[in-house]
Every structure is written in structure tokens, then in C-alpha cells.
Design a protein around this ligand. Structure first.
Ligand code: NIG
Ligand code: FE
Length: 422
């Protein structure tokens, strides 16, 4: 018998998501690699073996066996698009939208991203760290085991670097993996609103080289939209980012069909995100250039809009589709990948299996993390035990947390504990 650190047995369904080390496209997205009465053996933080409970217990033993008694075992969620470092929340804007103002109107009348800047600039690094830590711990309780996090509420060299150092510390001190993205091109700060060229110069000549020098971000992102960075300006900024060695992610075609998806393809971006207004040509370009479409239905929901991304067209054309929360203080204060899966199924007509694939293995590959997102030998032990009778239950039971246990690198980092006394 082989001794291991942990064995999980008796999963009603174990969603292994096994497959090639390539993103899942088209019909592959419906294949969750389900093992009925499944089990998994883990050692040194890694997955050693996956199979039926009988097969695993035949070969492996451990002092630490978790009998999940029919619950669902699946990979941890990977959330590949979030903005978790900010100072104050903006629930006032949520209500303004209910009363009829649009996101762009609010942003042009002094709200929006720019209203988050002053407080972030004033806050200490430790204050920002403590606030973001609390938010991310809540994400963990909802099953997120890998997270991308963007800067973009500092918009000065000093404050953008401060945000990125906070993200680095979050990665070091919290038990999940947090991947940093530089987003100095999120907006224009007030002091450069009439001198945008100078802000672009600072971005290209001061911020970006410093971020690279300090190894503070792997990706560079930009908000390519009519009211912020247009196509020409985005191309110019991203060319500089690429020259410096950044990999590219982009916020594109969220509100208007500007040709952002086409630009993402032209730039060789790793991902194009939002895409509610993407054109047919843009969708085809994503397919042709292997750009991952990261869809953010929570944002459309929270903005009270109707233009959910055309996930069906994308999947049918063979575009790699991933899902993310877009957690941020303005357009989408949603920290639950489970709720995003509910929206993806109901509003974008993704099947439950497609939405799970998009929230695990495809989301991991959109971050170029090939060591998580599925339960396969050699991968990190990033696993959820879900209190559900079948995987199809996940979006059906919405507005509730179906997570029973979160395991990261083979260690339990969260266990739900109903503590109501009666
Ligand atoms: O993805 N689009 C840009 N960034 C966020 C909004 C950030 C904010 O409103 O503070 C988004 O929707
Ligand atoms: Fe965003």
C-alpha cells in the first residue's frame, strides 16, 4: 500500500475535468470527466491519484481519510478577473443606476472609477491590505482557490505601485494563489483629464518600466471603451507594454462595439474580457488568434443591462470561454463564482457543465496556470467538497453557498460550520 497525506472518498460525483493541457473548446466543455463514487489521493500538496473509491482504497492508505458521503468533489474555482484592492465601496452608485442613471453617466459626473482614486491614494498600504484580505477570505469561503487581482485605483506611479505591493503581500500571506495585473490604464485621473497625453506618457515611461523592474505584475490590462481608452490609444499603450515584457489582458466591448475584440486578437492578448457588445468579426478574431474570452455576466447583471456576452456563439465557433466575477466596488460587487455560474446558465444559456469548465480549467488556462483547474495527478491539490446531490444543483440553488470544504495545495483552508443554536 502507498501511504499518502490525505484521501477523499465516496464522492457521489467527482468532477475531474481531466483532459489535455489545452483549454477546453466546443463540445469538450460539456465533458466534466465525472467519476461516480469517486476518490482522490493527495501527498505533498499534490494530487497523486484519482479514481473510484474502490480503486483508490485498493492502492493508497492514509491517517487522514475524509468520507464525503455522496457529496460532490470538484476543482477549486479560478476567478481570472477581479479588482479587490480599493478603499470605500460605492453602493450609492448601485442605487443611482436603479433610479435610471447609466454607468457611463455616473462616471462622467464624478462617480465611477475616478471616485475611488482619492481614498486609495490616501490609504496606507496596510489599510488596503487589511480591507482586501477580508474580501478575499470571503471569496475563499465560496470556493475560490486562485484569483487574478488588478491595480487601477491609484493612477499615479506611487499609488499603482502601492496597490501592486498589496496584491503581492496578499499572495504571500493568504493561502490561495493571487496573480497580479497592472491596470494603470483603467481611467484618467482628475488632474490629467485635460492633459491625457501627459498621463499616457507617465504610464508608458514611468509606471510600466517600474512595475516590470520591481516584478510586481505579470499582465497589463486596459479599459478599452469609448469614454476611456479608444482603439488607437489602446494599441499604442499595449505595444509599449508588450515591448517591456508584459502579457496582455483587455477590458473590451463592454458597453459599445468598438472593435476591442479585434484589437485583442491583433495584439496577441492572452484574454479579452467583458465582450457583451463584441461583433461577429471580433468573436471570429478571438478564435483565430486563440484569445480566451473571459465573460463577466455579474457586471451586466449589476449594471441592470441586457447585453450579456454571446457565449453560445462563442462556444459554437470554438472560442475558449472562461468566467469571472469582475469583483470591484463599482460595476459588480459580486465575490461568488457560484452566482456567476447561475447567471452564465440562465442569462447566457451555457450548460451547467460548460459553466463549470469555464470557471475552473479554462479560467486557470486564461491565467496561464496549468497546474490547477482540474483534479488530475501532478496538479496542485485545489479541491472543493460541495454540499450538493449532483453537479447540476450548483446554479439551481443560487443565493446560497454550496461549499462544504475548501482544500488548497492539499490542505483544508475552510470548512463550513453551521452554528445556529436552537
Ligand atoms: O471591469 N471596466 C472597468 N473596470 C471595472 C469597473 C471598475 C469600477 O467601476 O470601479 C469593470 O467593470
Ligand atoms: Fe473589470
Amino acid at each position: 500500500m502507498i501511504q499518502v497525506d490525505l484521501i477523499i472518498i465516496n464522492a457521489g460525483e467527482l468532477l475531474s475535468l481531466k483532459g489535455s493541457h489545452l483549454p477546453r473548446i466546443g463540445k469538450e466543455m460539456n465533458d466534466l470527466g465525472i467519476i461516480i463514487n469517486g476518490a482522490v489521493a493527495l501527498s505533498s500538496g499534490e494530487i497523486k491519484a484519482v479514481g473510484t473509491t474502490e480503486a483508490i482504497l485498493d492502492k493508497y492508505e492514509s491517517d487522514n481519510v475524509i468520507d464525503v458521503e455522496g457529496k460532490i468533489v470538484m476543482p477549486g474555482f479560478v476567478d481570472p478577473h477581479t479588482h479587490p484592492v480599493f478603499y470605500h465601496t460605492r453602493e450609492n452608485e448601485f442605487e443611482m443606476r436603479i433610479l435610471g442613471k447609466s454607468y457611463v453617466e455616473i462616471s462622467q459626473s464624478g462617480g465611477g472609477i475616478r471616485s475611488s482614486i482619492a481614498a486609495v491614494r490616501k490609504a496606507s498600504e496596510d489599510q488596503l491590505f487589511q480591507l482586501a484580505k477580508k474580501r478575499i477570505l470571503k471569496m475563499i469561503t465560496q470556493g475560490t482557490t486562485t484569483l487574478e487581482a488588478k491595480s487601477g485605483y491609484g493612477l499615479s506611479t506611487e499609488s499603482e505601485l502601492k496597490m501592486l505591493r498589496v496584491i503581492k503581500r496578499l499572495d504571500e500571506e493568504l493561502p490561495i494563489d493571487i496573480i497580479p495585473t497592472f491596470m494603470g490604464a483603467h481611467e484618467f485621473p482628475n488632474e490629467y483629464i485635460n492633459n491625457k497625453d501627459e498621463y499616457v506618457r507617465i504610464l508608458k515611461e514611468e509606471m510600466m518600466p517600474q512595475v516590470i523592474h520591481d516584478h510586481l505584475a505579470e499582465f497589463c490590462d486596459i479599459f478599452t471603451e469609448d469614454h476611456v481608452y479608444g482603439i488607437e490609444l489602446s494599441r499604442d499603450i499595449l505595444n509599449r507594454a508588450k515591448d517591456l515584457g508584459f502579457k496582455i489582458r483587455m477590458h473590451v466591448d463592454e458597453i459599445k462595439p468598438l472593435g476591442g475584440a479585434e484589437l485583442a486578437a491583433e495584439m496577441g492578448a492572452v484574454s479579452a474580457e467583458h465582450l457583451g457588445a463584441a461583433s461577429d468579426k471580433g468573436i471570429q478574431a478571438l478564435k483565430d488568434k486563440n484569445v480566451v474570452a473571459v465573460l463577466l455576466p455579474g457586471t451586466i447583471f449589476s449594471l441592470g443591462m441586457k447585453n450579456y456576452a454571446r457565449a453560445r456563439d462563442m462556444i459554437d465557433r470554438g472560442v475558449t470561454v472562461a468566467l469571472a466575477t469582475d469583483y470591484n466596488p463599482g460595476s459588480c460587487n459580486c465575490d461568488s463564482m457560484q452566482f456567476i455560474i447561475t447567471l452564465a446558465t440562465l442569462q447566457m444559456k451555457m450548460t451547467v457543465a460548460e459553466a463549470i469548465t469555464a470557471s475552473t480549467v479554462n479560467a486557470a488556462y486564461s491565467l496561464q496556470r496549468y497546474n490547477t483547474g482540474s483534479i488530475e495527478p501532478g496538479k496542485q491539490g485545489d479541491i472543493l467538497i460541495m454540499d450538493m446531490p449532483s453537479y447540476r444543483y450548483l446554479p439551481y440553488h443560487f443565493g446560497s453557498n454550496n461549499v462544504d470544504t475548501v482544500i488548497k495545495n492539499g490542505k483544508i483552508i475552510y470548512q463550513s460550520a453551521p452554528n445556529i443554536s436552537y
